[in-house]
Design a protein around this ligand. Structure first.
Ligand code: BTN
Length: 259
C-alpha cells in the first residue's frame, strides 16, 4: 500500500490500542510534525495524539540538523504527558518500538546505535527526536518524533546515501506504510504501559545496542571523546572507557563507530 492510501481513518480504524493513535491528524505535506505536535500539546491534546505527514519539507533532526522526509517515509510525532521519572526512558521506548515493528512487519532485524538511531545492516534507517517541556518537576508535554526510511531509494538522496538505507532497499521490495505505522503505534503503547506498570525496558534496549564493546568517537556539544563504549546507565547515558582508564558518562551526543 502506498502513501496515497494513508489517512487519519485508515490509521485509527480498529487500531488495537487504548490511547496511542486513537486520535491521528494526518497531513499529506507538512513542514515538521514536531511543530504541530507542540502546538497541539500546548492546547491540551489527548495523550497519544499522533501527528503524521506524508512528507515533510522542514523535518527536524537531532542537534539542529535537517531530517529528510520524502514521500515513502514515515514521519510522525506522538504526544505524551509522562511523569518526570519516565522521561529518560522515552528514547529507549521509541527505538525499541521501531526495532519490534520493523521485525514484525518486514522480518528485518535492526539494531540501535546509541542513543537512538535504528540501523539495518549497519546503515541508518530511522531517527528519533524527543522534545519535552519541563517546568520544575512536571513534564508539561513530551513529544516522540520518529522518522523511518521505508519505501525510498537511499541512493537517490546524495545527502544521506553514504550512511543511510531504507527498509525497501534492504528488503528488495515495497512495504505497507500503513501496516508499519499501525504496528509502531501498538508497540509504543505496549512499551509505555510496561513502564507505567513499573516494568523496565532498559535491559532490552541495552541488549539491542550495536555500540557496546566498540571503539567509538563521541561528539557531545563542544567536547570530543574517544574510547570503548563500555556500557549504558539506566538513565540512558553512555559510559565511555577512555585510553587513560577513566570512565566518562555522556548524557547526549553523536557516536561514530570506529573499526
Ligand atoms: C535524527 O536522527 O536526527 C532524528 C530525526 C527525527 C525525525 C523525525 S520525522 C518526524 C518528526 N518530525 C520532525 O521534524 N522530526 C521528527
Amino acid at each position: 500500500m502506498g502513501e496515497n492510501s494513508l489517512s487519519s481513518a485508515s490509521i485509527t480504524d480498529g487500531l488495537e490500542t487504548q490511547f496511542i493513535g486513537q486520535r491521528v491528524i494526518y497531513y499529506p505535506r507538512l513542514a515538521s510534525t514536531m511543530e504541530v505536535a507542540k502546538r497541539e500539546a500546548r492546547l491540551g491534546a489527548a495523550e497519544g495524539t499522533v501527528i503524521i505527514a506524508g512528507e515533510q519539507t522542514a523535518g527536524r533532526g537531532r542537534i539542529g540538523r535537517f531530517w529528510l522526509s520524502p514521500k515513502g517515509s514515515i514521519a510522525l510525532s506522538i504526544i505524551l504527558y509522562p511523569s518526570l521519572v519516565y522521561l529518560p526512558s522515552l528514547i529507549m521506548l521509541a527505538s525499541l518500538a521501531v526495532v519490534h515493528s520493523v521485525e514484525a512487519v518486514t522480518g528485518l532485524k535492526s539494531q540501535v546505535k546509541w542513543p537512538n538511531d535504528v540501523l539495518v545492516n549497519g546503515r541508518k534507517v530511522c531517527g528519533i527526536l524527543i522534545e519535552s517541556d519541563v517546568l520544575g518537576d512536571t513534564v508539561v508535554y513530551a513529544i516522540i518524533g520518529i522518522g523511518v526510511n521505508v519505501n525510498l531509494r537511499a541512493s537517490d538522496f546524495p545527502e544521506i546515501s553514504q550512511f543511510a538505507t531504507s527498509l525497501s532497499d534492504e528488503l528488495g521490495g515495497g512495504i505497507s506504510l500503513l501496516s508499519l505505522i499501525r504496528r509502531l503505534l501498538i508497540e509504543v503503547e505496549g512499551l509505555y504501559l510496561t513502564l507505567l506498570a513499573g516494568g523496565s525496558i532498559y535491559e532490552e534496549w541495552r541488549d539491542n545496542l550495536v555500540t557496546l564493546g566498540k571503539k567509538v568517537k563521541v561528539e557531545s556539544g563542544k567536547n570530543r571523546y574517544e574510547g570503548i563504549a563500555e556500557s549504558v546507565a539506566r538513565d540512558g547515558s553512555l559510559l565511555l572507557r577512555q585510553a587513560n582508564g577513566s570512565l566518562t558518562k555522556i548524557v547526549a551526543g553523536d557516536v561514530t563507530l570506529r573499526n
